[in-house]
Design a protein around this ligand. Structure first.
Ligand code: 1JT
Length: 257
């Protein structure tokens, strides 16, 4: 058995449970032969992440709260010790306070606004900078996750839409900076998927139903479908692609009326 990511290494940030998009990405990367490192943000997540990582042979796990610069330093030091070199970073973290994902956007608190941007947007740049020394001389690929709420108004998505817009712009600036080093940076704009993040979001079921009725494929997408595109973006098959936001949304983004 030999996959197209054989001999490569990757770091996956953002696994919360087995339904996480990050976990689907990890499975797709591992299925093609990639060896993986995972990070977990706190003690509660450690158990879950370690248990899942145990399913993928050769995986390692390290702590990292992405809001703590020293913890990101420590994470990349550990990944360097474990793998030597890094080919792929999958960034699949986002956070906003529940109360910010409902009601009026204009009522977003400064605190909530800053926190959403710190975790969901700045963390990509903070991690990319530390990944560089490990990706030097490798065909590096950085992949992050976004949502169309960055470009269009999606009721209740609110401050996350602003943060995802910053994230997508970061992808373009990082792609420009890192291109000369052979490192590519891309985003996947996924259709809505029932994950822990989406749980309890007001009106999420209606969003799913709306997509299933409107999208060209007349259905929602799965985390596995997103994972497969992440594997493509990590691989040499996408060697000519950088700075892109690639939709994995059953075609929803093309629709007008
Ligand atoms: C976060 C949450 C980021 C939910 C997210 C997200 N990116 C996409 N979703 C799903 C979603 C959420 C809303 C929506 C459509 C899709 C939860 C908190 C952490 C960050 O609008 C109806 C609100």
């Amino acid at each position: 058995m030999s996959g197209f990511l054989e001999g490569r290494t990757g770091l996956v940030v953002g696994v919360a449970n087995k339904r996480s998009i990050a976990w689907a990405c990890a499975q797709a990367l591992h299925a093609q032969g990639m060896r993986l490192a995972f990070s977990f943000a706190n003690d509660r997540l450690e158990k879950t992440v370690r248990k899942l990582a145990d399913e993928l042979e050769g995986s390692v796990c390290f702590p990292c709260d992405v809001t703590q610069p020293e913890e990101i330093d420590a994470l990349f030091a550990s990944v360097g010790d474990a793998f030597g070199l890094l080919d792929t970073l999958v960034h699949a973290v986002a956070f906003a306070k529940r109360e910010e994902l409902a009601g009026n956007f204009f009522e977003t608190s400064k605190d909530g606004y800053m926190l959403a941007h710190e975790v969901s947007a700045y963390s990509l740049t903070a991690m990319a900078r530390r990944a560089l020394p490990l990706m030097e001389g490798r065909p590096g690929s950085i992949v992050t996750l976004t949502y169309i709420g960055s470009e269009r108004v999606v009721k209740n998505y609110n401050v996350m839409g602003i943060a995802k817009a910053a994230l997508e712009a970061s992808v373009r600036y990082l792609a420009y900076d890192l291109g000369p080093r052979g490192i590519r940076v891309n985003a996947i704009s996924a259709g809505p998927i029932r994950t822990v993040s989406a749980q309890g979001v007001e009106g999420f079921s209606e969003v799913l139903d709306h997509i299933a009725g409107m999208a060209p494929l007349r259905r929602n997408v799965t985390a596995e479908e997103v994972g497969d595109v992440a594997a493509f973006l990590a691989s040499d098959m996408s060697r000519g692609v950088t700075g892109a936001t690639m939709y994995v949304d059953a075609g929803y983004n093309i629709m007008g009326v």
